[in-house]
Design a protein around this ligand. Structure first.
Ligand code: FAD
Length: 290
């Protein structure tokens, strides 16, 4: 089933989509860690699970495809495989798509990927919109794309960013997943801008429960999400008490989700960081709303 069809079904039921993001285990981690993650997540009946793709051209051994196939084949949950293009030729992407198709993975989150200063980008694809057009030419794939409530870090202004986002939808993206954010008002303003720009596909809110200090420092340096005063106060108050920080981070994410659902969000995409215990605590708090 395509992700867009899942959204259509949930809409008729008057309920939001609830999905998870996981990443392939690091090369030095035992492979069965992914089973522990998936075993932990499946009890929460996600509508789909997305699997990230290695940055900087390291995804060729295809753990993303293998894990997406496992999610569909063994756990019977639809999978959304991420795919980046910045370091690949058209021929390489065509071959990755062939492999995905052979594994019966037809939902793809098409991304440009971050430009690694140490790896010159390939010249075949400059933006995700070009990858989306290319995927659509290759046959029966359903394509999702990323969006940025606070604007993508390379873009000069929010209007240009949303016009660039429109190019991805015009190229064939059927569903958008947002970058994480900690201020729901920024998400609501973004959705309004997107609708004004004629973007009518489902927009799913990306929520990241922050459960330790290292994670927040990394997140902010990577994606530049702004931190509301309420969030910063919580972080500084509990920064030396790991358990309190984790509980406060989970409560903050629950609060964001309740507010989003109350405001009619179409879907929640939970960045699980492969931590099913944290996802479970959130789910326990919001499952009756889903
Ligand atoms: P694009 O949509 O191509 O946009 C990149 C920049 O170019 C933006 O500033 C945009 O405004 C601008 N732009 C777009 N089109 C044009 C144009 N025609 N002319 C001028 N400027 C233009 N990274 C990974 O490596 N692996 C992952 O699995 C992964 N998953 C992600 C999942 C989500 C939900 C999100 C939000 C991000 C993810 N990323 C992942 C990070 C992503 O690769 C980076 O944010 C990357 O820098 C941008 O990718 P994009 O697909 O949004 O790029």
């Amino acid at each position: 089933m395509s992700i867009a069809e899942i959204f259509a079904r949930k809409k008729t039921e008057g309920r939001p989509v609830f999905s998870f993001e996981i990443f392939p285990p690091k090369k030095d981690s035992p492979v069965d860690t992914i089973y522990r993650t998936l075993d932990g997540l499946q009890g929460m009946s996600p509508d789909f699970i997305s699997v990230t793709f290695g940055a900087g051209g390291s995804g060729k051994d295809q753990p993303t495809r293998d894990i997406a196939a496992l999610i569909q084949g063994q756990y019977h949950i639809p999978a959304l495989a991420h795919l980046t293009c910045v370091n690949y030729s058209r021929q390489e992407i065509a071959s990755l798509l062939e492999d995905l198709k052979a594994a019966e993975i037809t939902n793809i989150l098409a991304l440009r990927g971050d430009i690694n200063p140490n790896i010159p980008p390939h010249t075949d694809f400059h933006y995700a919109a070009e990858l989306i057009s290319f995927i659509k030419e290759q046959g029966d794939f359903h394509v999702s794309a990323a969006c940025y409530p606070e604007g993508h870090c390379e873009c000069p202004d929010l209007v240009t960013d949303v016009l660039n986002l429109r190019k991805k939808v015009d190229a064939g993206a059927e569903h958008l997943v947002s970058q994480l954010f900690f201020d729901n008002n920024l998400f609501y303003s973004f959705v309004e801008r997107a609708r004004i720009a004629g973007i009518n596909v489902p927009i799913e809110a990306g929520i990241m429960p922050v459960v330790n200090k290292r994670q927040i420092e990394r997140m902010v340096s990577l994606c530049g999400a702004s931190l509301p005063a309420k969030f910063s106060r919580m972080m500084s108050r509990y920064s030396d008490r790991p358990e309190a920080l984790r509980d406060a981070g989970i409560a903050y994410a629950v609060d964001q989700i309740v507010d989003l659902i109350s405001n009619g969000v179409e879907g929640i995409h939970l960045y699980t960081m492969n931590n099913p215990q944290v996802a479970r605590r959130i789910w326990d708090n919001v499952s009756s709303l889903l």
